[in-house]
Design a protein. Sequence first.
Length: 243
Amino acid sequence: MFRRTLTAAVAVVGLAAVAPLSASAARPGPVMPPSLKGPVSVTEADGPCTLSVPTRVAIGRPSLTLYGKRSGGCAVPDNTSGWILHHPSQGDVNGLLFDPVDPLGDGRWEVPDVHPIGTQTWQGIGSINPDGTQFTQNNVPVTVKLAAGAWISSSRTGDVVTLKGTSLLYSVTTNAYFKRSAAGVFQFREQGSTVWQTLKGGLWTNSKGEVTLSYRYSKVRDYRFALYSTPISWDLGSAVTTR
């Protein structure tokens, strides 16, 4: 009975419709850079049953499948455990289940690209063994945002280095990345070093998602263009160019 109830609860949330996201947003200020057979008599709670999931999720394609792992006394084949993902404004928006008799009960977290963004929390809704042993469960905060994209290109004329950065954001409407205005920074790394330093920060790409910087420097350096985190997207660094 417990298994059926828990499985049904997770399934209902997993099938619940979620509101589509708007890929466009106001220009935000930068923020620097988841089988019980028959009824049982439940005993006093043991635990905890600890869930581990990715806590920083970037939506960058139509669907994404992530997997949670559990540890503690509940991490045995016959245990059934479930968590519900609770969003502060939209309520229960997703579910995750470990169930030995359910083919989808392998701890998977299905993330469609219309999944609500923002910080939300996995909350335990039950964990029990066939012998009636029940486990306390942890809560896990996670943050879901849209994936960003950052490009860089470079050129040199004499001792003048020109860098061009491009910012992109994933669109849930077109299922593709589009160029957009965003806050970013050009960074450099001396040859042989592993430390990135700021060349020019506080930059904004234009409406075409582009920003250009030229300066004089005769030695060879590595460069990248990095984006800041915003309320809807993650920080990200581009590939490296050397000039």
